[in-house]
Design a protein around this ligand. Structure first.
Ligand code: M6R
Length: 357
């Protein structure tokens, strides 16, 4: 039920802090340690390479998950779009572990990969919001997202739930491997939840930005580097899916290799800057497009901000910035679609779960 909300999407955006807290609760034992199926732990210990398979928003969460698993648990990861993997399987490592990320657990493109890798005898873990779904039943292991039903076609709370669960999985693996860790995911997720709440309490700010940048335009660009590059790809998908604005998420440094030719007077370019090591360079990219007439907007992280930034996100752990930086992106897409009179919850040509290949 939508309750007092005009759209499921807005309700689901607002639910994100609660989902974070629910995940903390579900994945925590009495001693405040991570609680996770020991078979999954073993599978993560046994593998020499994780293959993440997903589509759309879940694929974007996978890009962030790769960073966690590689940086925290020291296991190599490849992330593949399910429909590409099906028809063009890469050379596999000796002991692959397949991780399917799917809100619905019913995505046909992902299922066809699962069927194929099972024939080959490889183990599979499904991370899903629907235990009992096809991808969950057919995999060896399941991790539950605990996000509650997601009704809006545009995925929001499933994305942040996927990122949270992937962080927990990475830290659990690192601990099992005896790696020295300073990162306490359950504590940091709690902090991220509070920051998310402060952002969903400031909707007017994002409504104003959406109106200013997206009410008239036919196209839009989102740019970022590192972690922010993954989030801007999700930002662009969200905007195009519900507002029908042609939007792309680019790596800041890649613009000058072609895409900058598209920048005209007034083209909206939204930049994300939450990573210290690329703060300087992404700001350089913003200057390059501004010099060609782009209508630029910078959303940065506390500690990295400059005075002219449009919005500054409160500080969270470096690795968890996608959890908070995506919230403004979801709200920008929501308000852009609203201002353009689009059907927010049921955009044209799309189904909530894509059960055909
Ligand atoms: O249910 P899944 O997570 O497998 O769905 C994958 C994509 O179809 C889904 O994320 C889609 O891209 C969303 N509409 C994005 O908002």
């Amino acid at each position: 039920e939508k309750g007092t909300y005009p759209h499921f999407m807005l309700k689901e955006i607002d639910e994100q802090p609660f989902v974070m807290r629910k995940i903390i609760q579900e994945y925590q034992d009495e001693q405040d340690n991570i609680k996770l199926d020991s078979n999954i732990r073993q599978a993560m210990m046994d593998t020499d390479r994780v293959y993440i398979i997903a589509a759309g928003t879940s694929y974007h969460a996978g890009l962030v998950g790769k960073q966690f698993i590689e940086k925290i648990a020291n296991v190599p990861v490849e992330v593949h779009i399910a429909s590409e993997f099906s028809y063009n399987m890469p050379l596999l490592s000796e002991k692959p572990l397949f991780v399917f990320i799917s809100q619905s657990g019913e995505t046909a493109d992902s299922r066809s990969v699962l069927v194929r890798i099972k024939e080959l005898g490889h183990p599979a873990l499904t991370i899903t919001n629907v235990p009992g779904s096809t991808l969950s039943r057919e995999a060896n292991y399941t991790l539950h997202l605990h996000a509650g039903p997601e009704i809006a076609v545009a995925s929001t709370k499933a994305y942040t739930a996927q990122i949270a669960v992937l962080a927990i999985l990475a830290v659990d693996t690192a601990k099992a491997k005896g790696l020295d860790l300073e990162f306490d995911p359950l504590k940091e997720l709690g902090i991220a939840a509070s920051v998310m709440e402060s952002l969903t309490d400031q909707k007017e700010a994002f409504e104003k930005i959406a109106k200013e940048y997206f009410s008239e335009t036919r196209n839009a660009f989102f740019i970022g580097r590192g972690m922010d590059y993954f989030v801007v790809q999700e930002a662009a998908l969200k905007l195009k899916e519900i507002s029908y604005i042609q939007a792309e998420g680019f790596a800041g440094g890649e613009l000058k290799h072609g895409t900058i030719a598209l920048i005209e007077d007034g083209t909206p370019v939204v930049a994300l800057s939450t990573q210290e090591n690329v703060n300087y360079s992404i700001r350089g990219n913003v200057q390059e497009v501004a010099a060609r007439g782009a209508n630029t907007c910078i959303i940065s992280l506390e500690g990295l901000e400059q005075e002219s930034d449009t919005f500054v996100l409160p500080h969270v752990h470096d690795l968890l910035t996608p959890l908070v930086s995506v919230v403004p992106m979801q709200l920008l897409a929501y308000y852009a679609a609203l201002h353009r009179d689009c059907d927010v919850d049921k955009p044209r040509n799309l189904a909530k779960s894509v059960t055909v290949e």
